[in-house]
Structure formats: structure tokens, C-alpha cells
Design a protein around this ligand. Structure first.
Ligand SMILES: [Mn+2]
Length: 269
């Protein structure tokens, strides 16, 4: 049983220009005295379209702020698909400090809360979670030269360049989506899949995520309240034990407050 107030936040995507960076700094600086736990619910840092080291260096001020919250505020970092690479460094200073996890369980007011980033809900589209995570990890390492757009990844693969990471990405699509296509014929098809995975989730997909989340809550996490992010669409539905943390991109500044009374959706003004 945990007392106090927990804040859960996800999808800040620090490292891309439409991240609401300065507001997030203000938010961290003003968490308030009642807060004793902060759950960073994935995609806090953006490694898919950027070089991870550069992103870390550019955001070192925020990382230091987050690190200095302890011991007053307990900080957990649940990795998302865009910062999945962090899970590889549990023994690093960063890893030890933030207690890196794939999921987290906490109890408030007799309710068990399960925290996942939410890319796990992609399973039904992208094969097994393990395959998806291998792919996410590869994209995290694709670096700045891959750039911002799916088209640039596509160009790299289309060139037939035998770069290790590009081969991994190409093999990922081939292994997940088809049995054994001739490489030449499969290229346009791979291009479509890349575009699909790099895009922001659409309205239709967001509904699907919610349906999958509902299934998770009734199967794997039976009896628990599931909190996830990933779709950038915040909500709280207490009646079905689901809530989404929203995002901090394109003008949003969403977060969830969890305590013994339940879950409340808020925006940082
Ligand atoms: Mn995500």
C-alpha cells in the first residue's frame, strides 16, 4: 500500500522540435510538496529520429533535474518504444538512478495500478512483443543521419546499403510481415510498413489501442487499473479501469495524478 500522490507522464519526445520542452521544465520545477512519486511512462526521450547521445546531451538539464528529485520524490522510468534503448543500461548511472523498467505496479487506496508505455498494444499489428522491441531498439540506434522522416529510412534501405542497423530494420519487416518474399519485390511493401510505423497514431488506431488495453485489463492484468501512454490521447475511464497519460507534443501538456481517491487527468498550464 502506497500513500501520497503519484504523477504519471509520458510522450514528451524530448529531441524533436514540436516537443513542449520549456513547459515540461516548468512542470518538473513545480511538482508540489504532496507529490512523492513520479512515473516517467516512456517516450520521454526521442531516439528514433535522432542520435541518442546528442539527445541526452541536449537535454542534460532536464535529466539532471529529474535525477535531483530523489530522494524527496521517487522516480521510475518505464521505457517506451522511442526510448527503448535505455533498457540496455540498467547498471549505468542513469539506469540505477531511474530504476528502468518495462512495466511497474503500484497500489493506491486499495487499487492496483499497472503502468506500461503502451507500445505493447501494437502486438496485434506487429507480431510478438519481442520482435517489436528488437525493431524499436534498432530504430533507437539509427542516428541523426536517418533524419526525421520515414522516407529517409526508406531511402537508406532502398540503396541496398549494408549498414547493420538498416539491415536489422529491413529484416524486421520481412520477418514480421511475410514468410519469405523476394527482396526486390518486397521493397515497396516495406516502404508502406515503415511509413505506417513512423506516423502518429490515427483516430482509428487510437480506438484499437483502447480495445486492446481493455482486453489486457480483463486478461493479463485482471483486477488491475491499467495506465498507458503511446497514443497521445489522454483520458480517464474509471468504470473500465483504464487511463491514458496523453503527451507533451504540439501544445499538449498532459499528466495523470493518482492517489488514494483515484486518477485525475490534468494539464500543466
Ligand atoms: Mn510511444
Amino acid at each position: 500500500m502506497t500513500n501520497g500522490k503519484c504523477i504519471a507522464v509520458s510522450d514528451v519526445h524530448l529531441g524533436i522540435e514540436y516537443s513542449n520542452r520549456s513547459k515540461f521544465i516548468d512542470f518538473i520545477d513545480n511538482l508540489g510538496d504532496e507529490v512523492d512519486r513520479l512515473v516517467l511512462l516512456g517516450d520521454i526521450l526521442e531516439f528514433w529520429r535522432r542520435d541518442p547521445v546528442r539527445v541526452m546531451l541536449e537535454n542534460i538539464d532536464i535529466i539532471q533535474k529529474l535525477m535531483s528529485l530523489e530522494p524527496g520524490i521517487n522516480v521510475s522510468y518505464v521505457v517506451g518504444n522511442h526510448d527503448f534503448h535505455l533498457i540496455r543500461f540498467p547498471q549505468s548511472y542513469f539506469g540505477v538512478k531511474f530504476d528502468l523498467k518495462r512495466d511497474l505496479s503500484l497500489e493506491y487506496g486499495g487499487t492496483k495500478y499497472r503502468f506500461i508505455h503502451g507500445h505493447q498494444l501494437e502486438n496485434k499489428r506487429f507480431g510478438t512483443l519481442k520482435t517489436y522491441e528488437t525493431f524499436a531498439d534498432s530504430l533507437c540506434m539509427a542516428g541523426d543521419d536517418v533524419g526525421k522522416a520515414a522516407d529517409m529510412i526508406w531511402e537508406k534501405i532502398g540503396e541496398g546499403g549494408r549498414g547493420g542497423i538498416m539491415d536489422t530494420i529491413r529484416n524486421f519487416f520481412i520477418s514480421v510481415f511475410s514468410s519469405d518474399p523476394p527482396p526486390k519485390d518486397s521493397l515497396p511493401w516495406i516502404r508502406e510498413r515503415i511509413a505506417e510505423i513512423m506516423l502518429e497514431p490515427e483516430e482509428l488506431m487510437i480506438k484499437k489501442y483502447e480495445e486492446y488495453a481493455f482486453e489486457l485489463v480483463n486478461e493479463k492484468y485482471n483486477g488491475e487499473f491499467l495506465i498507458y501512454g503511446h497514443s497521445h490521447k489522454p483520458y480517464v475511464k474509471t468504470e473500465i479501469n483504464l487511463a491514458n497519460t496523453g503527451s507533451w507534443v504540439k501544445g499538449s501538456s498532459d499528466y495523470l495524478e493518482i492517489d488514494e481517491h483515484g486518477v485525475v487527468l490534468k494539464s500543466h498550464l
